[in-house]
Design a protein. Structure first.
Lengths: 381, 277
């Protein structure tokens, strides 16, 4: 076998994500080339077959996620990777995967949109699409890496969550994190947690919409499983008009994620219980936050931050509790304000919420820009 | 010794949803008889994928089998994913002309090009039936549909010829009038290695028949009979003479390396590089 050996590497973010998938047990990858995510497809095309897996480049992004879903129903862990334009196309099958409780991982390496936008430049404008891109009622699990290390770790975590909750999971990376190279560590397999989906015993007949996550049979195992994206009962039989079946199923699917929010949510926090200025950040933008905090501390400003590793579900409680000590909460994003509104909702007026937005050319928000905002907000309050 | 054919042994105990005179029932019957005659007493060795439309409901969930009822047009990519990971299973797609020749056409062409080892049955009723009779890429010229109230103005797609040209191992067209030939084509398609495609021209009395002044299936089947021509007959006719005719028969039957065979070759190569590293 050719799993990456434990040790220190100098990898690109996209490569690290591919290697993480291999460690997580991914056996099938289907993709369509797109900047800045193509390296994941390319790296998988080389590496996954060495691990007994299959990689196919499909005719478009719908086909890519479709093939991933088909593979998942054979029992295989499966994944695709794309960027904004492809992510838009995938919403159709992302909704299907949610409705049919098909575990799979979709990597969206964000670039500057809308539309073709600036294909090679970083953006963080898919935050709300990752949450609400699917039509109809649903819940989403979306992870946000901020380093090459986390491209690796959170890809594994994305598989674990997908398998545990039987749902599609989005790894919402960005061009900067995906294209940078830095030192990272692959832990030994013994130190790595790998989750597997719950399988039914041979007499079980209910595979959908159960209160606990339903067991998932594979095709070809004799379960005669009926999978459909239409509203269905626990056996998978279609009910295209019954109000009760629809309520039960869709509420159940949403509740499955919602009721496990505390288990799913993950973040990095720094002095959130003792700060005058709080920051909520994610992805590449958080790299500037680290330095801005140091610069602010040199000026004796008490700054804390919450760095979201899980954007969705959103760690509402933790943001709110930071706002109990902070007078101001700054929300830096490489978009014109997306997670900002979620922060504002969570803060509930306990602190002033200040956006710091920058788009275009892949230019990051700099530590100095952040520092100016921090210092300015202290003076103002 | 094969058991006698009873359609029920392949079906779940559910009421079928099809309208009176719907060709989907004939297609279902032909397929299951073919499966029976090939010696399968159940559908354990099959996985069915379908998209959106009436014919997508042929297998889902009525067949006592694994079935994946996908979104509109995406049955073929899902089937490809299943087949690659479980090459031992027969993966069969059912879909309509809107599903496979409309929204899902690119998947159909690429699956044929790659010679993916799946079987696709396209039930062609020449209309979007489930949504109430809108023009389809297969609707003959001049038909007044709900979205072409003054007559359809674009020529229909010859899907089976397209698929044959793209590289399928097997491609045939029959109508539901040609019960015996359709059943034999199903048998050929199930046993073909590589991509096999059957277009079954099929009556939809409520959504298409009505549009051309034929309210029942009998009238539509008569029309199919009158308008059907063999490939040999068609060869001698001009394009104008062939307008609105249904050219039936086997368009292609050949041996070509399949998608799974080719992928398996590259996997061996990959294993070698893994050992070298």
């Amino acid at each position: 076998m050719a799993k990456p050996l434990a040790g220190t590497y100098f990898w690109q973010g996209n490569e690290a994500s591919a290697e993480g998938a291999i460690v997580a047990g991914c056996r099938f990858f289907a993709g369509y080339p797109i900047t800045p995510a193509s390296e994941i497809l390319e790296h998988m095309a080389f590496r996954l077959p060495q691990n007994g897996g299959i990689v196919v480049q499909m005719e478009d992004e719908m086909a890519a996620l479709g093939a991933v879903i088909g593979a998942s129903w054979t029992g295989a862990k499966a994944m695709t990777a794309t960027s904004g334009p492809g992510f838009s196309l995938m919403q159709e099958l992302l909704g299907y995967a949610f409705m049919t409780e098909t575990p799979c991982v979709v990597v969206d390496v964000q670039r500057a949109g809308p539309s073709t936008g600036q294909a090679t430049k970083c953006g963080q404008g898919d935050v709300m699409q990752a949450r609400w891109g699917i039509h109809g009622d649903h819940a989403s699990i979306v992870l946000s890496p901020n380093s090459v290390q986390e491209m690796f770790e959170l890809t594994i975590q994305a598989f674990n969550l997908a398998e545990t909750y039987r749902t599609p999971v989005v790894l919402l990376a960005d061009e900067i994190v995906a294209h940078m190279r830095e030192r990272m560590t692959v832990p030994s397999l013994e130190q790595t947690t790998i989750a597997e989906r719950k399988k039914p015993n041979s007499t079980e007949k209910q595979f959908f919409g159960l209160k606990q996550v339903a067991p998932m049979p594979s095709v070809g195992e004799g379960f005669n499983v009926a999978v459909t994206g239409s509203t269905h009962d626990e056996q998978g039989y279609r009910f295209t008009a019954d109000p009760l079946v629809h309520r039960r199923l869709v509420r159940g699917l949403v509740e499955k994620i919602r009721s496990n929010t505390d288990r799913i949510v993950d973040f990095e926090s720094y002095k959130t219980d003792d700060c005058d200025v709080g920051i909520v950040c994610f992805g590449c933008t958080s790299r500037a936050v680290y330095e801005a905090v140091e610069l602010a501390e040199d000026k004796d400003v008490k700054v804390g931050f919450l760095r979201l590793k899980t954007i969705w579900p959103f760690p509402e409680k933790n943001v709110n509790s930071m706002a109990q000590t902070a007078h101001v909460v700054i929300v830096p994003e490489m978009n014109l304000g997306e997670i900002l509104y979620e922060v504002d909702r969570a803060v509930q007026g306990a602190a002033k919420v200040v956006p710091l937005n920058k788009i275009g050319g892949g230019e990051m928000i700099t530590p100095e820009e952040l520092l100016a905002e921090i210092v300015g907000s202290v003076k103002a309050s | 010794m094969t058991e006698t054919f009873t359609i029920r042994k392949y079906l779940r105990d559910l009421t079928l949803p099809f309208c009176a005179g719907c060709g989907c029932v004939t297609v279902m019957n032909c397929f299951l008889r073919a499966v029976h005659e090939l010696g399968h007493n159940d559908l354990r060795k099959f996985v069915f994928c379908s998209g959106i439309g009436c014919s997508a409901w042929i297998p889902s969930p009525y067949f006592e089998a694994d079935s994946i009822h996908t979104t509109h047009g995406r049955s073929i990519p899902v089937a490809l994913g299943v087949k690659l990971m479980r090459p031992d299973l027969n993966v069969v797609v059912f879909g309509g002309d809107g599903d496979l020749a409309g929204i899902g056409l690119s998947h159909l062409v690429h699956a044929a090009r790659r010679n993916v080892d799946i079987m696709v049955v396209m039930v062609n009723n020449m209309i979007y039936g489930m949504t109430g009779g809108q023009v389809a890429p297969t609707t003959p010229l001049g038909v007044r549909t709900t979205t072409t109230p003054y007559g359809s103005f674009d020529p229909p797609l010859d899907t089976v010829r397209l698929v044959a040209t793209a590289g399928a191992s097997y491609a045939a067209r029959w109508t539901t009038m040609h019960f015996g030939q359709l059943k034999e084509a199903m048998k050929a398609a199930v046993t073909t290695s590589g991509f096999s495609f059957i277009e079954a021209v099929s009556p939809c009395p409520p959504a298409f028949g009505k549009k051309i002044g034929l309210k029942d299936a009998a009238g539509m089947l008569r029309l199919f009979k009158e308008n059907s021509l063999s490939l040999e007959q068609a060869d001698k006719m001009t394009k104008e003479e062939l307008e609105n005719k249904i050219v039936v028969g086997e368009y292609v039957r050949r041996k070509r390396p399949t998608f799974t065979e080719r992928i398996c070759e590259t996997l061996k190569e990959a294993e070698k590089t893994a050992e070298e590293n």
